[in-house]
Design a protein around this ligand. Sequence first.
Ligand code: BGC
Length: 910
Amino acid sequence: MEIYAVKINGFEKPIGYLFDTLLCSWKVRGAKGNKQANAHIAVSTDPALDTVLYEVSKAELDALGVPLGLRLAPCTRYYYRVTVTSDLGEIAQSNIEWFETGKLDQPWEAQWLGFEDDTRHPEFAKTFRLDRDVAQARLYICGLGLFEADINGKKAGNDFLAPFINDYEEHVQYCTYDVTDLLSADNELRVRLGKGWWMGRFGLAGRQNPERGFALIAELRVWYKDGGEAVIGTDASWSCRGSVFELSDIYDGEIQNHLLWEGRENPWQPANITSAPAALTARYSPPLHAMEALGVKEVINTPAGETVLDFGQNLAGYVECSQQLPKGTVLTMEFGEILQNGNFYHDNYRTAKSVFRTISDGKTRLVRPYFTFFGFRYVKISGLEQVDESAFIARAVYSGMERVGTLETGNAKINRLHENTLWGLKSNFLDMPTDCPQRDERLGWTGDAQVFCRTAGYLMDTRGFYAKFLRDLRSDQLRCQGKVAIYLPNNVPGATSAVWSDIAALLPDMFYDYYGSRDMLSLHYPLMKDWVDSVRREDIARGEKHLWDFGFHFGDWLALDGATEQSTFGRTDDGFIASAYFYASASCVAKAAALLGKGEAEEYARLAEDIRAAILNEYFTKTGRLAIDTQTGYLVALKFNLYTDKARIIEGLRARFKKDCGRIKGGFVGATMMNTVLAENGLSDIAYDLLFFEGFPGWLYAINLGATTIWERWNSVLPDGSISGTGMNSLNHYSYGSVVEFLYRHSAGIAPLTPGFRKARIAPLPEIRLGHLTCAYDSAAGLYVSSWNILEDGSVSFHIEIPFGCEAELVLPEQKPLTLTAGSYDYNIKTLRDYRKLYNADTPMERLLENESAVAVLEKHLPDALKALNRSDVEAMSKSLSDLSRRALLFRASSDRCDMAIEEIQRIRI
Ligand code: BGC
């Protein structure tokens, strides 16, 4: 028995974080017993835990998050250990873990330094001597817009782009770094600043905020071995001067000119004290580091004569270069996601220049940007006589999160889709959930985050990451009378849209479902409630129809059933979508209020009911038919249980797909929930058909064209490899990757029944086109495994694992549900349904024509129909043998011949 994943607020060993909640969580594996008989947590400032400051010991301590009732002191490291006893008396102890406070309420002794000259980028320096032995040293620091600090030439901490993205009107985060090992007797502390999100060009209007100005505050605290203390804080004794940075911009890139000051005066000047540009708070951003390192896959000499490095993977981050650059070399890197006609291309970055340039002074250094990042797969290199490809490394940058989900199937394309989604996540989880990492946007679009969050929860431990976003949404909301942003950092305050702003209720709901912490739910509750109240107020002002059929909405963004296939707005009625999300958000508030024991629970349940009644009245016929005949209309109705006659809605959806020739029409609303809603309503056959469709529009279309991330549009790239447009066309948008939730939740079948996956429902959906599937999901409560394999004899084998302290309801095909406790289980099942079967009477022609044996059957029984079939007619190709049978006369075939064909088609196996 072993305790692992011991965390505070979802972080391992957090240092200097904002600890306004202090939730200790852990997981257990390898136990013989299946549940906890007791848990004990001891906290101390003593590394060996010999004296204990706080302890708690109870059978019912919840490993999903135990609030530690500690009064915290500033600048203090707390050590803690978890001990769990199982119901069989086994005892496991965790390692001794720690977390460390920052300054808390301790006043800053340091002062803010400014830099008046906005034509230059500043660097600050302080030299100092420490003549006693140092026991510990910490650097508490915030530099605006972005900073990198080093002591004696070595970087303090390993964050990139600190202090990250802030709600600047509310506060900026300071970081805490352990710099004990960087110090010696004589020291120099240097800090360089870049513009970043604070001052640079950022946001939809591309606004710059130069007036905000560069600023720095830093406090180096040293604890000597003899018990003394020293504080070296920013003050007038520091010096500053212009640095080598000529440009630092999130969109445009960075220029480092190491010859900038050659032959020119640039003396160190005394630094200027300035007033605080913003309030300070301890960091709550997760670590932001360089993660994967990718080498060059290929050096491409393009027809246009360019040298382009292909890293083989679209990602967000930067490229470093260790090649020796002779003095005067101007090395330029330009970033792109795709080649066009074999040449470098990045017109789809719109106005984002995305250039990194360094001008060498001949000194040896590892060249890399400090204050920007890029979204790219290809890098055009200029300025070098010879490119040493081994000297270039791409570094992916994203917020530190533990990977929790792995999934592999027998289908290489689906595995690639999963991988692409994971890369989509990595590329867009750079301190906040963004839409894309490359063009002049990279914004925390709330709609994209909302539609993807339940997928992300299967891939990574997103607790720390989403807690940060939720906190920023809340502080922004407090300035907007309850309204919730369409993107962060918000430079269109007051603008809202259904689905997007509904993140205020739906993300906390996901957070509770996945991580099961009431404390966090209670923290998020005001965001949820104030959001619903703000929509409700507007509805009341319009006569209280209990509908949200007013105002601006993105609606079913980028759906294919709009005015044209390139239209941004889809066909589904915005008022219906918005009202459904109003209902969903109000229901989340009612549910949360009830869980938290709040008096208003009933009021919100009633509000939700009133909205539901108004929707049924407005958008449904008297007999229960949905008056909006679009895929997204039906999907939304089913997802939120908005109907009087469910069977009718399901039938409507099935019929709609038929009318749509089995093609996806939904956009950001419909397509992102499509497969999960289909599976939840007994339509997994359609879900699998959509998943495996290889053409446009479909998930595998992009895979077939070599995509390594998820695209913004179904046809971002056309079959000939040319990009379909530059206005709004990113090749690294995670939204449509939401289909991966279907793979975890339905194909593997692991879904939470109670918060935090303490109880799960395991209901796998075997499918011959996947062949086999292995999924391991290390949920907040522990590791679930669900694997299946369709065997040659037609039986299906399943392997299931349930973690310690958990329970699952197992629903295997055609079997009675079972309740499983912790443990490992194997089954081999012979079902009435033959899972080896590839086709049935409803399989569309276009699929049958992909298989030689199926074509042979058609040639044998229905040669005329086959000859008459126009293969470029999407509608004709979407018909099945049962459709043919119904219309047999029209095709001059007898329906018996169709029936014979169906018989034989159904016997085809892989
Ligand atoms: C973004 C989206 C976003 C949308 C708002 C786009 O430019 O890239 O993903 O949600 O605008 O409709």
